[in-house]
Design a protein around this ligand. Structure first.
Ligand code: ADP
Ligand code: MG
Length: 680
């Protein structure tokens, strides 16, 4: 019988009532308790001399009881016990409330380890109700678990100990022996025991690495199996390759990487029973739009409609204009569908889409509405796909009969991570920028240098160039203050430094029409300096803009900064990015330093992952990945190894159908059972 079938109430001291508290933590069974890993560890060996304690921090102090216990009765009939302890460097007071056993546990003159938060009052340093253990018997490291009201860490420790005691002498390891050996992983039983109760930090690390590896491997295998599962047959058949004749009409030569991307797509769409399911990942400015245009042209010439969805109105509008220019002189009918159009405009547009009177439909979320019906959708493209959820991506595809699907992303995600997130997609990476681009030179300046930066912007504008200024970020949920602060900031510039210059303002609270009007004036260089919130982050293209100045730069993720920076350096002029921050923290220096050092989006994403953790990528779990128990994606080395191991195992045993792989198959089922509804 599996430990996952033995209820938690089988552990001693856990009755129905307490079991309900464990259940709140998701622990129903003995097996669940074993895989409820500690969230941290207290290290009793890491002691601090009393003289070095500071107010408000948590410490372990090794000290001798130096006064007799003083028991007093306080308000409400409660008992308060006070005593002092000392080490070579000083003394501190301990206070316990309502603990009648203290006098029998702490003895005058003996040495103990005390752990707790230190506070300072007029009598000196003190700890209130610290945990303690005799100095001679202290376990060096004790686990710290997530708790819920009514459950103490002590109870969790006991439950974990009892649960581990129920592990059979020999546990069958789900990881094959050659994997364990090759990646120098400890066996499962060692890992389980040492993740809870490690004798030292090395043992904990070994256990941790093994468990992370196993979880990432399981995730990897699951995603790969899903990918190999045969897709529904597509009803969209494209026989002739029309991309060549389109590419000839472009005003520029495609880069090698763009050409490869087009070929990948055409191959996917041609003479195959399953539809294309591809991600094109390319840094800002790498020319993904032209690739899409070629794919759309190809789709239309083969007799189908194409849809191109963008996350913002501005971007949809811009794509519409780009496409209109590119397809000028052909008989291809292009349509724009966005939420801000009037009801009657939308209705008429939708009629044309449904009747097959339009060929390429560019739009925002409005494309997803029930009332948008396609005549014969052959290819569904999503731009800046990280802005959409997995479900939305699927929704657009559902508008045709298993049409070809292409998604684009400029958010560079480290390759190993991308393979996991997009495991169900084929990936093309555009790793080449169109020729003639110069790197955007990036500076990180302190606020007191802002005036010089503004002077620099003036000089650029005097030479005919334009600039973006991203104004200070306002915390989310502060409502109208976003507008207020953007307006205040712009007003300050308009009345001050840029008195004699045309300044425009762009923020999220503006109506789509207003935003478009402002963007249009910026594109025409009627506005020289555009003060904006991060709404300019996505995709907007103004070649004459050469300066991007970002206030409060430390508050943005590196990937966002990189996206913002990608708004300049799009034309033939040398461009600059100025990061302004009043924060001199070490992490800020390091993060903004990365921006100054490199223009490579992938490298930046890697650093972001290392410095900020994966929260950025997985904040709202919009990628639909299952919840992980111990792994995160910041350990890129283990990630890469698990990747390699997954490939190897699938080679040895396609579909993992070998009997020896049964435990791993069970693990995959278990992991993915949590997100069945979102994976499709
Ligand atoms: P992104 O990949 O960020 O969406 P875009 O498709 O907006 O990039 O392209 C950025 C700019 O580069 C556009 O102005 C586009 O016209 C131009 N461009 C794209 N491909 C090429 C190329 N092969 N040669 C020169 N310019 C190009
Ligand atoms: Mg783009």
């Amino acid at each position: 019988m599996s430990l996952y079938e033995i209820p938690i109430t089988k552990l001693s001291g856990i009755g129905e009532k307490r079991a309900s508290l464990f259940r709140k933590l998701g622990i129903d069974t003995v097996g669940d308790m074993i895989t409820c890993y500690p969230r941290a560890y207290d290290n009793w060996a890491e002691t601090t001399p009393i003289a070095e304690l500071t107010d408000g921090e948590r410490y372990v102090v090794r000290a001798r009881v130096s006064t007799p216990l003083n028991n007093t009765r306080i308000s409400g009939g409660r008992m308060m016990a006070k005593l002092s302890v000392s080490d070579d460097s000083g003394y501190m007071n301990l206070v316990f409330f309502n603990n009648k056993y203290i006098s029998s546990m702490l003895h005058y003159g003996e040495e103990y380890c005390f752990m707790g938060r230190v506070t300072r009052d007029r009598y000196g340093l003190q700890m209130v109700s610290p945990e303690f253990t005799s100095a001679s018997t202290a376990d060096a490291i004790t686990p710290v678990y997530n708790l819920t009201a009514g459950l103490t860490n002590r109870m969790m420790i006991k439950a974990a100990k009892d649960a581990l005691a129920m592990l059979p002498e020999v546990i069958k390891d789900p990881l094959p022996y050659d994997i364990l050996r090759r990646y120098e992983l400890c066996p499962l039983s060692y890992a389980l025991n040492n993740i809870h109760f490690p004798p030292d930090l090395q043992a904990m690390e070994r256990a941790r690495r093994r468990l992370i590896f196993e979880e990432l491997l399981t995730l990897n295998l699951g995603m790969r199996l899903m990918k190999s599962r045969s897709y529904e047959e597509t009803a969209v058949h494209m026989t002739t390759d029309y991309t060549g004749e389109f590419i000839k009409t472009l005003p520029f030569e495609l880069t090698g990487a763009q050409k490869r991307a087009v070929i990948d797509c055409v191959c996917d769409m041609r003479n195959k029973p399953s539809p294309m399911n591809r991600l094109i990942q390319g840094d800002v400015g790498s020319g993904k739009t032209a690739v899409c245009a070629a794919v759309c042209y190809h789709t239309v010439k083969n007799g189908y409609q194409a849809a191109f969805m963008a996350p913002t109105e501005i971007l949809a509008q811009q794509h519409f204009e780009t496409f209109s220019r590119m397809f000028d002189g052909t008989d291809i009918r292009i349509e724009l569908l966005t939420g801000s159009m009037t009801a009657s405009e939308k209705r008429k547009t939708r009629e044309r889409i449904e009747n097959g009177e339009s060929d390429i439909v560019i739009g925002t979320h409005a494309l997803l509405s029930e009332s948008t019906v396609f005549h014969n959708l052959g290819c569904a493209i999503t731009d800046e796909q990280h802005r959409f959820g997995v479900a939305q991506r699927a929704k657009l595809a559902s508008k045709g009969e298993h049409p070809h699907v292409l998604v684009l992303s400029a958010t560079p995600i480290p390759r190993t991570l991308g393979l996991i997130i997009y495991g169900d997609l084929d990936i093309t990476i555009i790793d080449e920028l169109p020729p003639g681009r110069t790197e955007v030179e990036t500076f990180y300046i302190h606020e007191d240098k802002r005036d010089r930066a503004l002077g620099f912007i003036k000089k650029q504008v005097d030479e005919g160039r334009q600039a973006y200024i991203v104004c200070p970020l306002v915390e989310e949920g502060e409502g109208d203050t976003e507008l207020q602060s953007a307006n205040d900031y712009a007003a300050e510039l308009m009345l001050g430094a840029f008195r004699d210059y045309p300044v425009g303002i762009l923020h999220g609270k503006m109506k789509a029409k207003e935003k478009e009007a402002v963007m249009a004036r910026f594109a025409e260089n009627e506005i020289a300096i555009l003060v904006a919130t991060t709404v300019v982050e996505v995709g907007v293209d103004v070649k004459n803009a050469t300066v991007m100045m970002i206030e409060n730069a430390e508050r943005f993720g590196l990937s966002t900064l990189h996206q913002l920076r990608g708004r300049v350096g799009r034309g033939r002029y040398k461009s600059y990015c100025i990061l302004v921050s009043d924060n001199r923290g070490e992490n800020t220096e390091q993060r903004l330093g990365v921006m100054c050092r490199t223009n490579n989006g992938f490298e930046i994403a890697d650093m972001d992952l290392k410095l900020r953790g994966p929260g950025d990528f997985f904040g709202n779990r919009q990628h639909g990945l299952p919840q992980l128990a111990i792994a995160d994606f910041s350990d890129t080395e283990t990630l890469a190894q698990s990747q390699e191991a997954a490939e190897y195992l699938l080679k040895v045993s396609p579909d993992l159908s070998d009997d020896a792989m049964r435990p791993l198959r069970a693990k995959i089922r278990q992991l993915f059972s949590t997100t069945e509804n979102t994976m499709n």
